[in-house]
Every structure is written in C-alpha cells, then in structure tokens.
Design a protein around this ligand. Structure first.
Ligand SMILES: *Cc1c(COP(=O)(O)O)cnc(C)c1O
Length: 352
C-alpha cells in the first residue's frame, strides 16, 4: 500500500511523475534506449534540458534577462558559489540567519569574504522570522532563506533592499506566487518540492554576473555554465528529466496559482487541528508559519507511544521532527494530497 509520505526531503512527487520516470528508464520516448544510456548531447536529451530550463521561466513569469541552470552539488554548493560569483574582493554581503540552512550559507560565504548578519532568530532557536533590518547599497548582495525546512517558518514578505536580492528557495520553490523578478538570484535543491536529489536549480539575472574581478574555477563560474547552456560537464540527466516532468505536471494543473490554493488549504487544515487539539502545540510563531513544513509537538509526552503507533498504523511515513528540533514535522509539499493531511488530522483527533 502506498504510504502517506510527510518526509521533508527527498520527498513526495506526483504519482504520475514516478510512473513516467520509471518508463523512461526502460525506454525513453520509444527510442529503444533508456534515458540513462543516451548521450547528454543527443538531440533527445538536449530537448529535455532546453524544455526543463524554459518551463521554469514560464512558471515564474521571467523574461530573457534571466537564465536557468541545473547544476550539481545541491543547494550546499550554491552557499559557496553565491559569494564566489557576487562578492567583490573588498566588498561585503548581508545575510539573515533564520535556521540551520541559513547558518550553513553564512558559514560558507565567510570563507569567501566579509559577511554581516543583519537579522537573526538564532537566540530563540529560529522560531520566527526576523523583520526589522535595513540593507543599504554598501552591500554587494542580500541573502535570505525563504522557508526554513527544519523549523517550519517561512518569509511571508521580502524586504526592499538597495542591493542584489538572493534567495535560497529550496523548500518552497513553486509553492506560492511571488514576483520572482524582484530576485536577482534564486537557487533550490530539487529534492524538496520539484524533483529527485541530484540537481540544484539556479535562476539568475544575467547582467549581475562577471563583476567581481575574481578568477573563478570553471565549475564555480555561473557565467560559464550559462555560456555552455547548463552542459559544462555531463549534467545529472535523471534528476533534470524528473524535475522537468514535475514542473510540466504543475503547469498542466493550473501552475503555481493552483498549487498555492491547495497548499493554503492543506496548511489550514493541519494548523487548525494543532491549535484546537489540546494534545498538540505548534512550534513556529503564528505569523511566520510555513505552508510547506509544519513543526509541532505533543503537550503531553506520555502520549508519545500511542501517537506514534497510531500514525504508523494509519500508513503515515516521515513524520518525525528533525534531529535539531525533535517533536514532529509534517512536510506538505505540492504533491501531497489533502486527503493524506486529513488522515493525519483524523489520527490527531482520535488521540484526543
Ligand atoms: C535541504 C535544504 C538545503 C540543502 O540542500 P542540499 O541540496 O542537500 O545541499 C539548503 N537550504 C534549504 C532551505 C534546504 O531546505
């Protein structure tokens, strides 16, 4: 029986995508060859890469001033590539510290140059999103993390800054409508909301690159990846293809607007239960609650055994909280049906 998968990442994808992806492993588009055994330079795979790049711009409503790349090394390598590509030798960048991943981005960037943390909720174990800070033109760029996967907080609005705007959107990309043209660089590991592990999506405004005076190693140079149309070396063909299938599925089902409406309904269903059920309490500050990752805990630890047994018996998987936080975390990404959230809510109700 198919489980109700609340895993934080790698995570749920649409069932149709799993089916199409498995077919392509056996016979890709009737070629008599597997997707995994054809050249990445073949016209068939080049078409996949071209379409995988184009669909991102369509979904985000971005024009020709943006480029889309699928790279390796995950979001974690972008922690390093961002300062390498945007930070001038004597310049400085502004970061917000809103969770473990944001702190990871700061740590890597500090290896490259001067970084100021302009807003942080670290003292409160990242339970909210800091909001009152200013970022002036003396910074080369501002970096934020739109959704904090581990803590279940999400930026509901983005600050106006007088410099370039960079965002790690790994865990909420394509989940809600945003004015994506406000961002100069967006990156997202595929494995949270758009595909399998093994690829990271980079969306970048072309004209911000090549201005630092740094002599970059080839793989770390976003400009070179653009010049090579995301094929500087052998790209991760399977993650690119499956990400493409997921985005095509999204586009054919009403795009980001439709996904956002579903995500809001799912989140409301679960947060309402957390707020109304005396056995549970949420972790994140209410105004910053994530639509993607819902962190909560029991108010009475003596119910833990009963609750764990009940959700497992209901066919739920992946509900344990991150090791940094404990408790529970329900990740309700785009592909999660509301019926699965209802199964969890029913288990919580029954427990009470
Ligand atoms: C999971 C995650 C990462 C790390 O992604 P990798 O692709 O494993 O490097 C970075 N940022 C956020 C917000 C994440 O959720």
């Amino acid at each position: 029986m198919k489980k109700h998968n609340f895993s934080a990442g790698p995570s749920i994808l649409p069932q149709e995508v799993f089916k199409k992806a498995s077919e392509a492993i056996l016979d890709f588009n009737g070629m008599g060859l597997s997707l995994l055994e054809i050249s990445h330079r073949s016209k068939e795979f080049v078409a996949v890469m071209d379409e995988a790049r184009a669909i991102v711009k369509r979904l985000m409503n971005l024009g020709d001033d943006y480029e889309v790349l699928y790279l390796q090394g995950g979001a974690s390598l972008q922690f390093l590539m961002t300062p390498m590509n945007l930070l001038t030798e004597n310049g400085k960048a502004a970061y917000t510290d809103t969770g473990t991943w944001a702190a990871g981005a700061i740590k890597e960037a500090k290896k490259v140059g001067n970084i100021d943390v302009v807003g942080s909720s670290k003292e409160d174990n990242y339970s909210y999103i800091p909001k009152d800070y200013k970022v002036g033109a003396d910074y080369d760029y501002f970096h934020c993390t739109s959704n904090n996967t581990i803590y279940g907080t999400q930026m509901k609005s983005f600050p106006e800054v007088d410099t370039l705007m960079v965002c790690d959107m790994s865990s909420d990309i394509f989940s809600r409508q945003l004015d994506f043209s406000k961002f100069d660089l967006i990156y997202a590991g595929a494995q949270k909301n758009m595909g399998p592990a093994g690829a990271v999506l980079v969306v970048v405004k072309k004209d911000i690159l090549g201005k630092t005076g740094r002599n970059l190693p080839s793989y770390l140079d976003l400009g070179l990846h653009i010049a090579k149309e995301s094929m500087l070396n052998t790209p991760p063909v399977f993650p690119v293809y499956v990400s493409y299938l997921t985005l095509k599925h999204l586009e054919e089902n009403g795009g980001i607007a439709a996904a956002e409406a579903k995500n809001e309904a799912k989140a409301k269903l679960l947060y309402d239960e957390i707020d109304n059920n005396p056995l549970f309490e949420g972790y994140a500050a209410k105004e910053d609650r994530s639509l993607m990752n819902v962190s909560f805990k029991l108010t009475d630890e003596s119910k833990k055994e009963a609750f764990d047994a009940a959700w497992k018996a209901a066919g739920i998987s992946g509900l344990n909280g991150h090791r940094n936080l404990g408790g529970y975390r329900a990740s309700i990404y785009n592909a999660m049906p509301i019926e699965s959230v209802q199964v969890l809510v029913d288990v919580m109700k029954n427990l009470a």
